[in-house]
Design a protein around this ligand. Structure first.
Ligand SMILES: [Mg+2]
Length: 124
């Protein structure tokens, strides 16, 4: 299983990668810093999960999720974002994201998402 992470902030990149490493040491993590790079990867490589930031240069998370859906790719896309206001979750799901983790990232939230998509279990 491989996970693609799209995140422009170096600190957040480190945090997300460290959490995945702790929870699922055998999972390979590929890191890109914007939506455009993520899309290029997705065109030629297969990932079991895409974790995407919203606010990124060149192509943001909303644009990325639209492009991925337009291309007919069925990789699950979980949004990792600082937005935490009530109603944001619905907005993100409406845009095509399959799930949502709010920053600062809680280890339990990350585990729930990884369990769901890596184990295929219906955890939520
Ligand atoms: Mg960002």
């Amino acid at each position: 299983m491989r996970i693609l992470i799209a995140e422009d902030d170096e600190y957040n990149q480190m945090v997300v990668e460290a959490m995945i490493e702790l929870l699922y040491p055998d999972v390979a993590v590929e890191m890109v810093s914007n939506g455009a790079e993520a899309l290029e990867k997705l065109k030629t490589e297969t990932f079991g999960l895409l974790l995407s930031d919203v606010d990124m240069p060149l192509m943001n998370g909303y644009e990325l999720v639209s492009e991925v859906k337009n291309m007919g790719l069925n990789v699950p896309i979980v949004c990792v974002t600082a937005f935490a206001i009530s109603g944001d979750r619905e907005k993100l799901l409406m845009h095509g994201f399959d799930g949502y983790i709010s920053k600062p990232i809680d280890m339990d939230d990350m585990k729930t998402v990884l369990d769901k998509y890596l184990l295929g279990g219906n955890v939520e």
